[in-house]
Design a binder for this molecule. Structure first.
Ligand SMILES: CC(C)(COP(=O)(O)OP(=O)(O)OC[C@H]1O[C@@H](n2cnc3c(N)ncnc32)[C@H](O)[C@@H]1OP(=O)(O)O)[C@@H](O)C(=O)NCCC(=O)NCCS
Length: 212
């Protein structure tokens, strides 16, 4: 069994734990859930973690002296926060695990980097290039020939159509749609429920239908 540490005691981190458990229960990689690390967990989240029968190990720096073979997954929903945490953990030399829920569908000819997390119901069709620490939340879909660069988050029920490119650090909000062939620029956010009908520049927030 390979020890797995989840970074982040918040809701996204605890949901990530359930994915790891589902992977193991389905006969996938045999992760041993070593615990959570978090620099500033709230009292409430510590109690929630306790109810999951998985220990809270300490701050992120706990990973610096982690036992050999330990892997981590970053259970933080915000792409930009995830990126800064990843930089710290990379410096400790602890490899990232990828978790694909057994009820997610990753079709043929797709590629994904370390730290990829696919929640239940996520669907990726084919020829999609997915970078490091990309998170596809519940029932998010990604169409053919698209690319999701490092640290992209696609929130629940959002749809990235075919031939789209989401640059590094992009957040696609819950139930948003990105129409085919479009590019969403680096560190931009597409608001919940938005419909993106033209390219989105770098570092902006767009919302509404059509998204502006
Ligand atoms: C678009 C978004 C990034 C804006 O965040 P923000 O800058 O903090 O915006 P505020 O909450 O201050 O709202 C600013 C204005 O935008 C409106 N607004 C906020 N989100 C909106 C959305 N998704 N669509 C349309 N209008 C929205 C607000 O009503 C407010 O309007 P007003 O100025 O007329 O009162 C955010 O609301 C959002 O949709 N994030 C995605 C969240 C998500 O996917 N959550 C799921 C987690 S699993």
């Amino acid at each position: 069994m390979t020890p797995l540490v989840i970074v982040g005691c918040g809701g996204h981190g605890r949901e990530t734990l359930t994915i790891a458990r589902a992977v193991v229960a389905a006969g996938g990689p045999r992760w041993q859930l070593a615990g959570f690390v978090d620099d500033r967990p709230s009292e409430e989240n510590l109690k929630r973690v306790q109810r999951l029968d998985v220990p809270y190990l300490g701050g992120v720096a706990w990973l610096r002296d982690a036992p050999p073979e330990t892997h981590h997954v970053i259970g933080i929903g915000d792409p930009r926060v995830r990126r800064s945490v990843a930089a710290r953990v990379d410096a400790y030399g602890v490899p990232a695990a990828s978790l694909v829920h057994p009820d997610a569908t990753i079709g043929p000819d797709n590629r994904y980097g370390p730290g990829f997390v696919a929640f239940a119901g996520a669907r990726v069709t084919m020829n999609v290039a997915i970078g490091r620490h990309v998170h596809l939340n519940q029932n998010a879909t990604v169409g053919h020939d698209s690319s999701l660069a490092d640290f992209v988050s696609v929130n629940p029920l959002a749809a990235v159509s075919g031939d789209c490119h989401c640059a590094e650090g992009v957040l696609i909000g819950t139930t948003a749609a990105v129409l085919q062939g479009l590019r969403v620029g680096r560190d931009s956010t597409v608001g919940a429920g938005a419909c993106v009908v033209r390219d989105v520049p770098d570092r902006v927030v767009v919302k509404g239908v059509p998204a502006r």
